[in-house]
Design a protein. Structure first.
Length: 276
């Protein structure tokens, strides 16, 4: 059966695969589109198996909220090279998945991978993407925030994105939420406040501080007091509400939120960045 350019283009529109791959699949399937689609999918599975041990640290990170800002999600879709990570097919796939997740308020990564989108499991769509790109493609991170108000921020280039949740709605919270999402993107806090810092991190910081103090030759009876002071400095620099607000370093983030609403508090955040 003669395969026309129109046939090849039709299969490309159906699958998103490259023109030569579509032509080869149609020839092998003798013009049967369903068989050709199966051939392309099997090719993707073979490539995925071959590249399973490859490192995929490039890609696309994106965060979005629903219309009323009560649910937000952020995901990281990884590939092997920056080149593929910037292609329209790859970024479009990430955008399609995040839109589905937000519209359906998906709860976790496994539920997202098992969900059907356009008649295909998302996990299978990723295998198809591996076949199209020739690179390992993985949905490595997916986090959600569901609170009375959620903000999101996508840094230019989509290598970094943030979602932030708040305990209540407040006047001007869209602006405030955007500012604090950018704060988190820029300053990379470890947690909302000192109460949420893992105990293992606290112990590590204290151990480092004690060692530094002893190396400086300070008396042993002063070690704990000075180490605690260094820990407090760590909390100031590394927890969101205690950080200096990047728009005005004369106030903390907590003070900035209080100016908006005295009862406003950050309920949590997720910050995803390629390479971390």
């Amino acid at each position: 059966m003669a395969i026309t350019a129109a046939d090849v283009n039709k299969l490309r529109q159906m699958t998103g695969s490259g023109m030569m791959d579509c032509k080869t699949a149609l020839v092998e399937a003798d013009g049967d589109f369903e068989k050709a689609i199966d051939i392309l999918r099997k090719k993707g599975q073979k490539i995925a198996a071959k590249r399973a041990d490859r490192s995929a640290t490039e890609g696309y990170v994106v965060a979005k909220t629903n219309a009323d800002h009560t649910y937000g999600a952020v995901l990281m879709l990884n590939c092997e090279t920056d080149f593929v990570g910037k292609t329209a097919d790859f970024t479009g796939c990430a955008e399609m998945i995040i839109d589905f997740a937000v519209a359906n308020k998906v709860n976790n990564l496994q539920q997202l991978l098992d969900s059907e989108l356009n008649g295909r499991k998302i996990s299978d769509i990723l295998v198809d993407m591996t076949g199209k790109t020739g690179e390992k493609v993985e949905l490595n991170r997916f986090e959600i925030m569901e609170t009375p108000f959620v903000s999101s921020y996508n840094h230019n280039g989509n290598r970094l994105a943030v979602v932030v949740g708040y305990n209540k709605k407040a006047n001007n919270l869209e602006t405030v939420g955007h500012e604090l999402a950018m704060q988190i993107a820029a300053m990379n806090p470890i947690s909302v406040d000192e109460k949420n810092v893992p105990q293992s991190v606290i112990e590590r910081e204290l151990d480092i501080a004690r060692e530094q103090v002893r190396n400086e030759g300070k008396p042993e009876e002063m070690v704990e007091k000075i180490a605690q002071g260094k820990l407090n400095k760590f909390f100031k620099d590394s927890t969101l509400v205690n950080q200096e607000f990047i728009r005005d370093n004369k106030k903390t983030v907590a003070q900035y939120m209080t100016e908006t609403d005295k009862e406003l508090a950050c309920a949590g955040f997720f910050r995803l960045q390629l390479g971390e």
